[in-house]
Design a protein around this ligand. Sequence first.
Ligand SMILES: Cc1cc2nc3c(=O)[nH]c(=O)nc-3n(C[C@H](O)[C@H](O)[C@H](O)COP(=O)(O)OP(=O)(O)OC[C@H]3O[C@@H](n4cnc5c(N)ncnc54)[C@H](O)[C@@H]3O)c2cc1C
Ligand SMILES: *[C@@H]1O[C@H](CO)[C@@H](O)[C@H](O)[C@H]1NC(C)=O
Ligand SMILES: *[C@@H]1O[C@H](CO)[C@@H](O)[C@H](O)[C@H]1NC(C)=O
Ligand SMILES: *[C@@H]1O[C@H](CO)[C@@H](O)[C@H](O)[C@H]1NC(C)=O
Ligand SMILES: *[C@@H]1O[C@H](CO)[C@@H](O)[C@H](O)[C@H]1NC(C)=O
Ligand SMILES: *[C@@H]1O[C@H](CO)[C@@H](O)[C@H](O)[C@H]1NC(C)=O
Ligand SMILES: *[C@@H]1O[C@H](CO)[C@@H](O)[C@H](O)[C@H]1NC(C)=O
Ligand SMILES: *[C@@H]1O[C@H](CO)[C@@H](O)[C@H](O)[C@H]1NC(C)=O
Length: 590
Amino acid sequence: MKAWSVILACLAVFPAHIQAINDSYDYVIVGGGTAGLTVGDRLSESGKYSVLVIEYGYLEPDGQRPGTLYNITSAPVSGLNNKTFPVSIGCVVGGSSAVNGMVFQRGNAKDYDVWGELGGGNPRVSWSWVDMLMYFKKSIQMTAPKPETAAFDLRYDTRYWGRNFTTNHTIFATFGNVINPKTHPFYEAAKRLPGMKVSPDAGSGQLGLQYYQTSTSPYTGARSYSRTGHWDGLNRANYHLLAATRVSKVIFDRDRAAGVQIYPRGEKARNTVIRAKKEVILAAGAIHTPQILQLSGIGPADLLKRAGVPVKVDLPGVGYNFQDHTFIPAVAFSWSTSPPIPAHLNTSVVDDKLGRTSLGLSVELPVVSPRSFKRIASQYESQDPAAYLPKGTDKTVVRGYRKQQQIYAREMRAREFSFLRATLSGEPSFVPIVIHPVSRGTVLIDPAAGSDIEVEPIVDYRAASNPTDVDVAVEEIKFLRRLMTSGDLARYNATELAPGPGYESDEALAAWVRANTIPSVYHPVGTAAKMPREWGGVVAEDLLVYGVRGLSVVDASIMPTIVAGTTSMTVYAVAEKAADLIRLRAGRDI
Ligand SMILES: Cc1cc2nc3c(=O)[nH]c(=O)nc-3n(C[C@H](O)[C@H](O)[C@H](O)COP(=O)(O)OP(=O)(O)OC[C@H]3O[C@@H](n4cnc5c(N)ncnc54)[C@H](O)[C@@H]3O)c2cc1C
Ligand SMILES: *[C@@H]1O[C@H](CO)[C@@H](O)[C@H](O)[C@H]1NC(C)=O
Ligand SMILES: *[C@@H]1O[C@H](CO)[C@@H](O)[C@H](O)[C@H]1NC(C)=O
Ligand SMILES: *[C@@H]1O[C@H](CO)[C@@H](O)[C@H](O)[C@H]1NC(C)=O
Ligand SMILES: *[C@@H]1O[C@H](CO)[C@@H](O)[C@H](O)[C@H]1NC(C)=O
Ligand SMILES: *[C@@H]1O[C@H](CO)[C@@H](O)[C@H](O)[C@H]1NC(C)=O
Ligand SMILES: *[C@@H]1O[C@H](CO)[C@@H](O)[C@H](O)[C@H]1NC(C)=O
Ligand SMILES: *[C@@H]1O[C@H](CO)[C@@H](O)[C@H](O)[C@H]1NC(C)=O
């Protein structure tokens, strides 16, 4: 067997976890992360297909150790005073789901309807809130809050969740047993701000105040992630995992993806090929999926030529359309007198192994800024879409962005699309997130590094390259000021610490925003977008890569626009939907 050298290399490090691997499988999945293991589980569950997942990170022996991260530093972000930032993504079996913050949220219902709009009206596959809700229900087991939290207005509605599962091989969304009573005054004050809603359920896709779950086992309080849900304990003869192994490129037979080239971590010279009989599925995440595509000859032709990579498909969108949420670490106040806690909420309770349930806020632009939302929408709408994209962006990519621009301008004036997310921690300090940024970045191989996969791609967030995102962040700060200094909370005479006195004008606030914004909430998406090819898309509605056969992308890269919440729950649902699409075409020649 050709792969023996690889097996032996891996056996030496992790004897217990590497099953014998074959030369070929029906499905070869690149990346054993959040999406990769979910798809692997679903494609192998009938027993009909053989599946191999190849993961660069290690299979941590006890599954609970904090995973490792890639060591990537971003390009200088010119909109953020030329600073560079760490690019945090998981490098371990389980991928980013093994290292993330476990905040478990959905986007707005409108987000997924927008994905449908950005699909250009494909009659065969539908992406919309209704479709995604089906897969949210399938992918996640919700555990209802315990009676201890009943004193709080914690709203949930089982219609947004599936029935009780009969398996523990799933991902859990669990409420904590404890709520910090200090959140109560914030809840009451925020609820009374003009236009503010209360969401019927954190998973309802609706905006407003909401207590939300974490991805936690309701039994043990441990992290619930793709490894615990979709690998551990399955022990299927047809579902193999090869850890500590790098995929360096996709191999083609003419226009069909025939397999992948791999080598043991750190041993580049010892490469071999694993063949895929049905499909190669890229699930390497939004930073590495575009890198692998580009190194396999699928990407912007001019870039590939400069890097000396033979061009297989000139697909200009690969690595473009890069998005992440941005945040400001602290808009901070101090109380002159802390708000009192009603006695009935001061329950010195209980079993807190599930942690605290947190209170979130998701707000549309007309409520963030009743005075400025129209101006911001008009200014944004009137921009030349190419003006704020990277120089030399292909016209198809510009066309897709123009479509996004029209949709975002419309949603800036509407009530179903969030522009601010924040957690109300109970302390008078906030971490406002620009949850629907309009700036777009790039993830591109470094032409100077040629075709070397060991050299990380250049990650250029380009955060705040579009001034509209700064305008929105300025309005978010003013919104938080209103929360603290008008209405219910006014009487506690808060003093503003950050930005603090002296930041009154929009110009002063904008400068402060640029000096204090972090360009990533660790939610990179969009670099292999599901959009029509003439709009700069990389994959079609069925997630197959344009221009070749037998190659699909299933991970955060396919999101055409980022969703208004943490991203992992959406990635699980995308993976479940993808598995259905893949099984559907399994019998056909693709
Ligand atoms: C620090 C951090 C905090 C976060 N906090 C939250 C949160 O609180 N809530 C939330 O919902 N989301 C959070 N996220 C985001 C969320 O976890 C991700 O959006 C999601 O897990 C991405 O899933 P994915 O399948 O696209 O990619 P990943 O899960 O990252 O999987 C990609 C996998 O591919 C592997 N890989 C890459 N290149 C290769 C190669 N060449 N060969 C072999 N394998 C390769 C990687 O090692 C990785 O395991 C956070 C992420 C991070 C990193
Ligand atoms: C990142 O650096 C740390 C510390 O040097 C190292 O342990 C880890 O393996 C590196 N991660 C990757 C993916 O190379
Ligand atoms: C950022 O760097 C560029 C190029 O070096 C320079 O032109 C620009 O003035 C810098 N911007 C800031 C805010 O320092
Ligand atoms: C799920 O099970 C719990 C506890 O066993 C029960 O309280 C709840 O009503 C069930 N939910 C559904 C939707 O069946
Ligand atoms: C899931 O695991 C818990 C804790 O080990 C156990 O009590 C429960 O019965 C299991 N559920 C199923 C459906 O196997
Ligand atoms: C691996 O190859 C052996 C021998 O041909 C075969 O019996 C087995 O089913 C294969 N397993 C997978 C997962 O492909
Ligand atoms: C809650 O109650 C405890 C004792 O029961 C008391 O010490 C504490 O001060 C109370 N906390 C608040 C915020 O009222
Ligand atoms: C807030 O300030 C006003 C006016 O200075 C004062 O009357 C009031 O007592 C203060 N309230 C608190 C809670 O400190």
